[in-house]
Each structure stands twice: as structure tokens, then as C-alpha cells.
Ligand binder design. Structure first.
Ligand SMILES: [Zn+2]
Length: 282
């Protein structure tokens, strides 16, 4: 099953509208890379962000890395454990919300996931068919599974999200069957799971039933959202889970318009305004 959802190659804007882009080189050959990826026996959706510099596109034919297995929820250690568990919410206030405290994300962690235990029901007021999903966090990352899962669950069930107007609602579970997994991953594990897409330790992707969330981006946000890390997190979950729900990439409908959530906003806003929600009007 191939689900390559990048748009055809298009000239990349040389500059972000508001600030220079640090990672311009990441996106340059994305379409070419994906074309090659299509030839590989991989089930990969470039998510927002997977791309390959043209001069390295041969790497896209590399056989996909075997995704790591998840440990059962009964595993003793929590997804992160350790002292970093209770990261204080001590960041700046941006767009009216207190941002998370800065977290140093290691380049690599244990390389295996722990499923967040327990079940969280859809909140009151949601409706529609129930979609089961699970959350897993790579062991050794400085995030607690419980806190990460709570944020994911809130984002998924937000009235502005994919469940808008009773389209669906999301129940977090700890074992299958599930429609998708939200997998918080170190940059190194992201690269491994997303291969043959080249995520370069910076980007995220969707691979099979996994929405692979690069912990570096989760922690630091992205230039496209400035210092508003929380809004970027909402975008990241909405976009990657959007792929898992079958949505492909969209383009910016016009300058100054809200970017559809399926625009690859990490690469560029293409003249649109940042928008993390599938249904921003709620
Ligand atoms: Zn995408």
C-alpha cells in the first residue's frame, strides 16, 4: 500500500514570508524523493516534512527500516520515567497561552516504544463513530507518556479537529486493534521508522499505522509557528493523524488565508497563515 501524498514538485519559495528558513535544504527534493520512495516497497506517507535533498535522493530507495516493536502496556517501566517526567510549564506566554518549558531532546534514546497504558474515553460532548488509537513513547525521552497522551487526546477531540461536528471521536486504548498510533520518537528513531523517507533528524512522518512525531519538533516547535510551540504541536498531531485518516496534502488556497492543516506547514506556509486545525472555525 503506497500512500505518497506529497504534491507534485513545485518551486520552493526561497524565503519564508516572515523569517528566513533555516532548513530550506530539507525540502528541496521532497517530491523527487517521494517519487523514488514510491518505487520502494514501503508504506510511507511523507508527512509534512519528509524530504530528500536531490543529490542524495538515491537514499530514498533504501529498504525501509523495520519499525521497532512496541512493548506491551504491562511493561514495568513507563514511557519515559526518570527525572524529566514532570517538566514544568514554565515557558513564555505566546498567543495567550503558557508555553512548555524548553526541553533538551537527545538525538537518540532507547530505540523502542512503550505503549502508554490505560484507556481514555472521548470527552463529553463529542459524537460520531469511535476511533480507537494508542499512544507510544520511545523509552528514554524526556517526556512522560501520560502527559503526552493527554495532550494528544485533547487535540484529537478538539471541536476544531477531525472529529468536528460529530464526524468521529477518539478513544485512547493500550492494545489493538487500533486505527493509528501516535508515536513520540527521538530524531534517530524517527529517521529509522520513516526510512526510506529522509527526515534528517528534523522532520516527522507517517509510516503505516504510525504517526511518527519527532520529539525534537514536539519540544521546540518550528519557525512557521514562531514561539507558539503549543499551536505547532496541534498542527503536528492534526497533520500526521490526518494522514492516518486518509487525508493527503493540500496547497495554500491563497495569500493570507489559513493554511489547511494538510499543507506541509513545517516546510513553508506558502503565503498562508499558520493554522493547526482541520476546522478552525470550530
Ligand atoms: Zn504530510
Amino acid at each position: 500500500m503506497h500512500e505518497l501524498q506529497d504534491p507534485p514538485a513545485a518551486p520552493r519559495p526561497s524565503r519564508h514570508r516572515r523569517r528566513p528558513r533555516r532548513r530550506a535544504r530539507w525540502a528541496g527534493g521532497a517530491a523527487a524523493a517521494l517519487a523514488l520512495a514510491a518505487a520502494a516497497a514501503a508504506v510511507v506517507a511523507a508527512v509534512g516534512h519528509g524530504g530528500t535533498p536531490a543529490d542524495r535522493s538515491g537514499q530514498a530507495t533504501t529498504a525501509p527500516a523495520r519499525p521497532p516493536s512496541s512493548t506491551p502496556p504491562s511493561s514495568p517501566a513507563g514511557p519515559s520515567g526518570g527525572a524529566a517526567a514532570a517538566a514544568p510549564q514554565a515557558g513564555p506566554v505566546v498567543n495567550g497561552r503558557r508555553q512548555p518549558a524548553p526541553v533538551d531532546v537527545p538525538r537518540s534514546a532507547s530505540g523502542d516504544y512503550a505503549v502508554v497504558p490505560g484507556t481514555t474515553e472521548p470527552p463529553e460532548g463529542t459524537g460520531g463513530p469511535v476511533v480507537r488509537y494508542l499512544v507510544e513513547v520511545e523509552r528514554g525521552l524526556p517526556f512522560t507518556g501520560r502527559a503526552f497522551a493527554a495532550q494528544v487526546h485533547r487535540i484529537l477531540n478538539d471541536p476544531r479537529g477531525w472529529g468536528h461536528d460529530g464526524a468521529m471521536r477518539f478513544r485512547r486504548v493500550s492494545r489493538g486493534p487500533v486505527r493509528f498510533r501516535v508515536s513520540l520518537s527521538s530524531p534517530a528513531l524517527t529517521d529509522r521508522v520513516c526510512a526510506p523517507l529522509i527526515t534528517g533528524g528534523q522532520l516527522s512522518c507517517r509510516e503505516g499505522e504510525r504517526s511518527v512525531i519527532n520529539a525534537l519538533r514536539w519540544a521546540a516547535g518550528d519557525d512557521s509557528y514562531g514561539r507558539d510551540v503549543l499551536s505547532y504541536r496541534e498542527y503536528l498531531i492534526g497533520h500526521e493523524v490526518g494522514h492516518a485518516l486518509g487525508h493527503g496534502h493540500r496547497t495554500c488556497p491563497g495569500p493570507g488565508r489559513p493554511a489547511p492543516v494538510m499543507v506541509q506547514q513545517t516546510k513553508s506556509l506558502y503565503g498562508c497563515e499558520p493554522n493547526p486545525w482541520p476546522h478552525p472555525q470550530g
